[in-house]
Design a protein around this ligand. Structure first.
Ligand code: SAH
Length: 243
């Protein structure tokens, strides 16, 4: 019994430096990913009008352990600046796209944000560090359950994640300061326009499924007028559901 105990303590001590080394490795990869995003921001400035993203946005991305949001067998690729499969035919978005969409929302610390398309929960986790509250909905039940469990386990306690069809938004929590749609829609869902606060912003990829779409920035003016701007050609998984 005593030998067993001693052995357990030795193992615990031995496990610690390995875990610390893995964390340092991921931190290094995360820093490299931030540089890759900076480079992409410069390369796409002609489209976006932004040669770099807000320091708060970059810090929020630098704080999220992306390797814990991808399937375990893809953890070694988690910090590549590219999308990765997360199962059920869905993907976690490319880090540069996450940065761009987050930056376009011009978020404030008191904002309440609605996300359509939780997927892995990664985008929601990035938003969590920048705003007061995040509401995120996912239509694939297995992904919704996985993401909700993951976000709770990692301590993102200002995120409400649930299973459902995001086309209809979340009327009882509206209006939202910002809305982010991370699946390609054939049109901008009218319920989401209705749930955007005057002065609020929405980013959404609009276009045909499985083809190139246009990332659009939609602004609702203080008077309630809708302004739209095309930002960049993108490719997202399609928005599904009854509509
Ligand atoms: N934001 C995610 C990436 C999402 S991929 C991340 O950070 O990982 C787009 C997601 O939108 C997919 O998981 C897809 O199942 C979901 N989706 C598609 N149509 C939807 C709908 N009508 N309502 C809610 N989620 C939807």
């Amino acid at each position: 019994m005593r030998a067993f105990f001693t052995c357990g303590i030795v193992l615990l001590l031995a496990a610690h430096p390995a875990a610390a080394a893995a964390e340092a490795h991921y931190a290094e990869q995360r820093a490299a990913m931030l540089h890759a995003i900076d480079r992409d921001a410069i390369d796409t400035a002609g489209y976006t009008g932004r040669r770099g993203f807000d320091a708060r946005v970059m810090a929020a991305i630098g704080a999220v352990p992306r390797h814990l949001f991808v399937p375990a067998d893809k953890a070694s690729r988690a910090y590549d600046n590219r999308p990765l499969p997360i199962g059920y035919g869905q993907t976690i978005s490319q880090p540069y796209i996450v940065a761009l969409m987050t930056d376009l929302l011009d978020l404030g610390g008191g904002d309440v944000v609605f996300e359509l398309g939780t997927g892995s929960g990664y985008q929601a986790a990035v938003l969590s560090g920048l705003v007061a509250e995040v509401y995120t909905v996912e239509i694939v039940p297995e992904l919704a359950a996985l993401a909700a469990e993951r976000l709770a386990r990692l301590g993102y306690d200002n995120i409400t994640a649930w299973h459902g069809d995001g086309y209809y938004g979340r009327p009882e929590k509206a209006p939202f300061d910002a809305i982010i749609v991370t699946a390609a829609a054939s049109h901008v869902p009218p319920p989401l326009i209705a749930q955007l606060k005057p002065g609020g912003r929405m980013v959404i990829p609009v276009g045909a499924a499985f083809l190139v779409q246009q990332l659009m920035l939609i602004e609702k003016t203080a008077e309630g007028d809708i302004l739209t701007r095309h930002i960049l050609p993108v490719m997202f998984v399609p928005l599904t559901g009854e509509r």
